[in-house]
Design a binder for this molecule. Structure first.
Ligand SMILES: O=c1ccn([C@@H]2O[C@H](COP(=O)(O)OP(=O)(O)O[C@H]3OC[C@@H](O)[C@H](O)[C@H]3O)[C@@H](O)[C@H]2O)c(=O)[nH]1
Length: 388
C-alpha cells in the first residue's frame, strides 16, 4: 500500500512541469507574456532616462524620477506622519496666563492635552477656543488632592501666582486682591506648592511620565548676586510676607529633585522670570505669542535632555519708573506717577543670566522689553475699553 502511494505521488510530480510548459506555449501565451513585460519595463525604465543629461549621477536619477512621478514622494511622507502620534500631556494650572499659552502650543503641535485647574486665578475663557477639540479636556480639580491620569508628560504650573505681579497689576489699575483675597492666597500658596507638587510627582512616578516644574525667579529672593545664574542659592527670608511663594517654590524644587534621585522620575525645572503679556489679567483670546516666549523655553526644556534648573526670562533691565513712564505714555500722557513704599522683602534687582538656556536649550526671548511693553499696554488698554 505504502509503495503504490509513493509511486502515484512521484508520477504526479513528473507530469506537473510538463503540463505547465505545454499550457504556456499553447495559443501563443508565452509570446503575450513577453510582450507585456517588455512594454512595462520600457515605460518605467526608458522614459525617465530619455530626458536625462549625459552626466547624470545615480542621485540625479532619483531626483529626476521624483520630478516625473510625484507619487514617488508619497511613500516617504506617509510613514513619517504615522510614526509620530501626538503625546498625552497634563498641564496643571493650564487655565492661567502661562499655562493657557502652553496649551495652545501643545494642541497646535498635535498633542492631546488635559488641563487640571481649580480656577483659583485662572479662567475658562483662556481656554474656551479649545472647547469641542477632541484632543482637549478640562478638569476642575485642586492638585492638593491626588488625581490619577494616564499621560506621557506632566507640566506642573498650578500655583497661586506670585504677589510680585501686583506691581504690574497696580500700574494698570487692576488688583489681584479683587480676584483672590490675600488671606486665602497666603494659606493656599505653600500648601499647593508642597502637596500639589508631591501629588503630581507621585503621579509621574506611578505612570512613568516626565515631570516639569515651573519654578520661579523668586527662589533667588532679594539676590546678592547680579545677574542671577542658576548656580546662585538665593537670599530668601523664610518667615517674611513673600515666603509662602518663595519658599513654596524652593520646596517644590527640592521635592522634584528628591523624586528624581530617590525614585528615578525624569524631571525638568524651569525658573520663570517676570512674565508679562496678553491674558495676564484680562483675556479676549487673541494672542501675540511673542510675549510669552517662555512657553517655547518650557517645551524645549521638556523635550531636551537636561534637568535644569534653567532661567527663562528676559535679561533686558528696566526700572519701575521706566515701566511707569511707558505705561503713562501709552495709556494717558497726562497721568501722574505716584511713589509708594515697597512691599517688605521685595527684591531690589532681578536680571536672569540666560547663558545656560541659550547654550543647552537654544532658547532666548524673541521680543525685547522695550518693544514688548508698549504692545502689551495697548493690548490691555483695548481690552479694558472693550469690557466697559
Ligand atoms: O491651587 C491652585 C492654585 C492655582 N491654580 C491655577 O494655576 C494657574 C496659575 O496661573 P496664573 O495666571 O495665576 O499665573 P501664571 O500663569 O502667571 O504663573 C503660573 O505659571 C508659572 C509658574 O512659575 C507660576 O508659579 C504659576 O503661578 C491658574 O489657572 C490657577 O487657577 C490651581 O490650579 N490650583
Amino acid at each position: 500500500m505504502m509503495k503504490s502511494r509513493h509511486h502515484r505521488a512521484t508520477g504526479a510530480a513528473a507530469t506537473f512541469p510538463r503540463s505547465v510548459v505545454s499550457y504556456l506555449f499553447k495559443e501563443q501565451r508565452f509570446l503575450f507574456i513577453l510582450l507585456g513585460a517588455l512594454i512595462a519595463s520600457s515605460f518605467f525604465l526608458l522614459h525617465p532616462f530619455s530626458s536625462l543629461p549625459a552626466h547624470s549621477t545615480p542621485d540625479a536619477l532619483v531626483v529626476q524620477r521624483r520630478d516625473k512621478f510625484p507619487s514617488f514622494n508619497l511613500p516617504r511622507r506617509v510613514p513619517t506622519d504615522l510614526k509620530k502620534p501626538g503625546l498625552r500631556i497634563v498641564v496643571t494650572g493650564g487655565a492661567g496666563f502661562v499655562g493657557s499659552h502652553l496649551v495652545d502650543k501643545l494642541l497646535a503641535r498635535g498633542d492631546s492635552v488635559i488641563v487640571v485647574d481649580n480656577f483659583f486665578t485662572g479662567r475658562k475663557d483662556n481656554l474656551v477656543h479649545h472647547f469641542g477639540n477632541p484632543r482637549f479636556e478640562l478638569i476642575r480639580h485642586d492638585v492638593v488632592e491626588p488625581i490619577l491620569l494616564e499621560v506621557d508628560q506632566i507640566y506642573h504650573l498650578a500655583c497661586p501666582a506670585s504677589p510680585v505681579n501686583e506691581t504690574i497689576d497696580y500700574l494698570f489699575g487692576i488688583s489681584r486682591a479683587s480676584l483672590v483675597s490675600s488671606k486665602v492666597f497666603l494659606n493656599k500658596s505653600h500648601k499647593t506648592n508642597v502637596m500639589g507638587t508631591l501629588n503630581m510627582l507621585g503621579l509621574a512616578k506611578r505612570i512613568g511620565a516626565r515631570f516639569l516644574l515651573t519654578s520661579t525667579s523668586e527662589v533667588y529672593g532679594d539676590p546678592l548676586e547680579h545677574p542671577q545664574k542658576e548656580t546662585y542659592w538665593g537670599h530668601v527670608n523664610p518667615i517674611g510676607e513673600r515666603s509662602c511663594y518663595d519658599e513654596g517654590k524652593r520646596t517644590a524644587e527640592t521635592l522634584t529633585m528628591d523624586y528624581h534621585r530617590g525614585a528615578g522620575v525624569e524631571v525638568r525645572i524651569a525658573r520663570i522670570f517676570n512674565t508679562y503679556g496678553p491674558r495676564m489679567c484680562l483675556d479676549d483670546g487673541r494672542v501675540v505669542s511673542n510675549f510669552v516666549a517662555q512657553v517655547d523655553g518650557l517645551v524645549a526644556l521638556m523635550e531636551g535632555e537636561h534637568i535644569g534648573p534653567f532661567n527663562l526670562g528676559n535679561p533686558g533691565e528696566f526700572t519701575m519708573l521706566e515701566l511707569a513712564e511707558v505705561v503713562k505714555e501709552t495709556i494717558d500722557p497726562s497721568a501722574r506717577i505716584e511713589f509708594k513704599p515697597n512691599t517688605p522683602d521685595d527684591p531690589h534687582m532681578r536680571k536672569p543670566d540666560i547663558t545656560k538656556a541659550k547654550q543647552l536649550l537654544h532658547w532666548e526671548p524673541k521680543v525685547s522689553l522695550r518693544q514688548g511693553l508698549p504692545r502689551m499696554v495697548s493690548d490691555f488698554q483695548k481690552r479694558i475699553l472693550d469690557e466697559k
